[in-house]
Design a binder for this molecule. Structure first.
Ligand code: SF4
Length: 61
């Protein structure tokens, strides 16, 4: 599973990084998902972070 954040869409609210710090973190005023492949034990929280994103900037694939 991968999590990809569209930097054009992200408004930098920080919610995903709060929800799932093992997958998302803030870099300046944008969030990034530096992990290449989301670890199995982080999948649920990665999905939760994507669902909670107010502008749907996170795509899970
Ligand atoms: S929750 Fe969405 S808008 Fe907020 S920082 Fe994360 S990707 Fe950006």
């Amino acid at each position: 599973m991968k999590a990809v954040i569209d930097p054009e869409v992200c408004i930098g609210c920080g919610l995903c990084a709060d929800t799932c710090p093992g997958v998302y973190r803030m870099e300046g005023d944008k969030a990034v998902a530096p992990v290449e492949i989301v670890p199995k034990d982080q999948e649920e929280c990665a999905k939760k972070g994507a669902e909670e994103c107010p502008v749907e900037a996170i795509k899970i694939a």
